[in-house]
Each structure stands twice: as structure tokens, then as C-alpha cells.
Ligand binder design. Sequence first.
Ligand SMILES: [Zn+2]
Length: 138
Amino acid sequence: MEKEKFKYPNRKFYKILLHAKCPQCGEGNMFKDSNPYHLYNYDKMNKYCSYCKLDFENETGFYFGAMYVSYGLGVALSGINFLVYLILFGFDPIIPYLIANSIILIGIWPIIFRISRVLYLWMMELLFPESSSTPDSQ
Ligand SMILES: [Zn+2]
């Protein structure tokens, strides 16, 4: 099946990231539960996109690399938090920053988890489009 990258003109990147939509079409949900704070099934993913049938896990351990995306997002967010703290309170003392940053990172961890998986799948689609599959192509 030939991939048609431009047959989904309505996909918006922010919508794909924030709502954890399929990075190819922007319509299908990647996760079974749309609320990332339902912690008992925050990580349950659909096998295929309900709209374009993109395989969300085309090999075992596919999302191992999403850990690195998650790490990068966490470091970037910590840097932003540090700049905000520096502007508001100065450099000294640093302990309240560490506590506040830890609370923020733990609090938005389910969102970072999902965004990193969407970003990772999107990057793999962009870099290796021939490796993605649909039920029709197998
Ligand atoms: Zn899709």
C-alpha cells in the first residue's frame, strides 16, 4: 500500500501532541483512555489507528526509545522551571526549586509519558516511513 502523506490536511501538531492522536492522520486515538490521569490504564494503547490503520506498535519494545524523548522533555521542562525560579526568587536558596520541580515533574508525568510516545512514533514515521505498517500491508 502506497503511503499518502498529504491526504490528511486537517492534522495539527499541537492537537496531535496534546490529545495523543495518531501522528499520521491526526484523527485516531493512540491510547484507549483519553484521560492520562486515569492511572490504572494510562499506558494502554490501541493496536492500530482507528482512522488510517497505522500500526502503533510495529515491533516488540518499539517505545523503548520514547524514554529518551521523555528524558529530554523532562530536562527541558526543568530548565524552564529553573529560569522561572531564578527570575522570581534568585539563585539562593535552591532547595525550594528542587522540591517544586520534582512535584511538577511527577504531577505532569502521565502527560509527558504520552507526549513522548507520540513524538517518538512521529519521528520514526518521519525518519523511516517504509518501516511503518498497516493491517493491509502485512
Ligand atoms: Zn491514523
